[in-house]
Design a binder for this molecule. Structure first.
Ligand SMILES: [Zn+2]
Length: 136
């Protein structure tokens, strides 16, 4: 695992307002602390620099792994995953109650691969929304 300085970790966390840049789960309410994700994994040449790092919950990070693409569940086309530095969340996702809906092929593949709407995750999101602790 590559060393990431405390200053760079802090910058990535603050830039994300302490929330996962994929599913928006706040770090303060997560069972395990969020992590710094290499958006483009090091094995694909991704570097440990600000533009290739994002703040990511443990669950999203485990499902994403080193993947860069997946197949769109609607068209079966190989599609790039959501890129927090290049894409705008609201262009690709929206909340439908406590479910995250993919609005584009990028959104759909990311929701599916990262299992953002697994029942336990939706339940957790419902609770946080009801407590005004989830960023809407
Ligand atoms: Zn997440």
């Amino acid at each position: 695992m590559t060393y990431i300085s405390a200053e760079l970790r802090q910058l990535v966390r603050e830039r994300a307002n302490g929330c996962c840049e994929y599913c928006r789960m706040p770090d303060d309410d997560a069972f395990r602390s969020h992590e710094i994700d290499h958006i483009e994994a090091e094995k694909h040449g991704g570097m440990t620099i600000e533009v290739n790092l994002c703040f990511c919950c443990w669950i999203c990070n485990r499902h994403k792994g080193t993947d860069l693409t997946s197949r769109d569940p609607e068209t079966r086309q190989v599609t790039l995953l959501y890129h927090p530095r290049k894409n705008l969340w609201s262009d690709h996702f929206r909340l439908d109650g406590a479910r995250i809906e993919g609005l584009t092929p990028v959104g759909r593949v990311t929701v599916k691969l990262l299992q953002m709407n697994k029942s336990t995750r939706v339940k957790e999101r419902e609770i946080l929304i009801s407590l005004n602790r989830f960023p809407l």
